[in-house]
Design a protein around this ligand. Structure first.
Ligand SMILES: NC(=O)c1ccc[n+]([C@@H]2O[C@H](COP(=O)([O-])OP(=O)(O)OC[C@H]3O[C@@H](n4cnc5c(N)ncnc54)[C@H](O)[C@@H]3O)[C@@H](O)[C@H]2O)c1
Length: 354
């Protein structure tokens, strides 16, 4: 297959690009604007492969996208490009409206024009796979409740509202124009190459430097964590075997309170990085509770039984095994982290696009 992946320089997108190129014969065009979240260094394991191409472009730039479609001739588009950080969406929602809603609309229209002109057989097999989040479903209050594919949308943040809007657009393009779409809504991902502003890498890197480990509110919020490489496997399964027009929830069966995640990281660091910053008795002593995020959802949890039963996907990692791999990866790749933290990954990107 020839797969155009949008947002392939981001956290999940780069995992998907690496997984696809290292485990299949598919060709990949990675179309990414390279915002602050895009990092070409995350693609170093595959960038030399002739089956891999990179194009710096904005999904909202219809001319650039149409040209890329005409030249690359994809059999499928996997759409991950997005503004994705909830705190940033609270501070500045405009970029979220522009990329997640307007950008997805522009991408859908460029795709529709391309798809309409395909020969019948390729038109039938073409797929547009939209990658979304469980945050569109809002908050769960009952301890046993789970998000299913039919849970009504009730997004809480500008981020989740913009993703919900993009999901509606994708479904409408299927119902109205017949575009062969698939949707997936996934829980919180974690793993290697995660941008250091997100909870798990932030805690690892702050702990190593003896800095406070910030925990929102009392840390009782529950998230369902999925190892990013399990997500990448699920996405490839859906794009190749999923039923057109269907939605699949993807989750890890790993519900954890934020405070327990932070404590688990501290425990792993005691074992894997025992030489602590001077004067520090235990990494846990760095935990600092900070004012809660406005509109903070209490609990997310996914019912992933549909993708398990219909497509035979289950996660390979438990939270314990995935977190250990993640902590070890950050310890082994501090240079990748340093390039993000000192901004040099962006200077390299300017070189790459010149
Ligand atoms: N991170 C999670 O836990 C999680 C969970 C479920 C779903 N998702 C969804 O998965 C997708 C990827 O998430 P992520 O965590 O990898 O995000 P990310 O922020 O790490 O990466 C986003 C990528 O999109 C690119 N991008 C942003 N705006 C663009 C534009 N206008 N045109 C082209 N490229 C653009 C960025 O440069 C970056 O490479 C998103 O759609 C997100 O909503 C994320």
């Amino acid at each position: 297959m020839r797969i155009l992946i949008t947002g392939g320089a981001g956290f999940i997108g780069s995992a998907l690009v690496r997984h696809t190129l290292l485990n299949t014969d598919h060709h990949v065009l990675n179309l990414d604007k390279l915002t602050y979240a895009g990092n070409l260094e995350s693609l170093s394991p595959v960038e030399h492969l002739p089956r891999y191409k990179f194009l710096q472009a904005d999904i909202a730039d219809s001319t650039a996208v149409s040209l890329a479609l005409a030249e690359f001739q994809p059999d499928a588009i996997m759409h991950l490009a997005a503004e994705s950080h909830v705190d940033r969406s609270i501070d500045g929602p405009a970029a979220f409206i522009q990329t997640n809603i307007v950008g997805t609309y522009a991408l859908l229209e460029a795709t529709r024009a391309y798809w309409m002109a395909l020969p019948e057989e390729r038109k039938q097999s073409f797929r547009f796979h939209h990658i979304s989040t469980d945050e569109v479903y809002g908050d769960l209050h009952g301890v046993d409740d789970l998000f299913t594919e039919t849970t009504p949308y009730a997004p809480s943040s500008p981020y989740s509202a913009s993703k919900a809007a993009s999901d509606h657009l994708v479904r409408a393009w299927h119902r109205t124009y017949g575009l062969p779409v698939l949707l997936t809504n996934c829980s919180n991902n974690y793993g290697p190459y995660h941008f250091p502003e997100k909870l798990i890498p932030l805690v690892i890197l702050n702990a190593l430097e003896g800095k406070p480990l910030p925990v929102y509110g009392d840390g009782s919020q529950v998230r369902d964590w999925l190892f990013v490489e399990d997500h990448a496997r699920a996405l490839l399964k859906v794009v190749t075997e999923g039923q057109v027009g269907e939605t699949y929830n993807i989750g890890g069966h790993n519900e954890q309170k934020n405070i327990d995640v932070v404590r688990a990281i501290c425990g792993l660091l005691e074992e894997l990085a025992p030489n602590k910053p001077s004067g520090l008795a235990r990494y846990e002593d760095l935990i600092t509770f900070v004012k809660d995020r406005p509109g903070h959802d209490q609990r997310y949890a996914i019912d992933a039984s549909k993708i398990e039963h219909e497509l035979g996907w289950t996660p390979e990692e438990t939270f314990a095994s995935g977190l250990r791999k993640t902590v070890q990866w950050y310890l082994d790749n501090l240079e990748w982290c340093r390039h993000v933290q000192d901004g040099s990954y962006q200077r390299e990107r300017l070189g790459a696009s010149a």
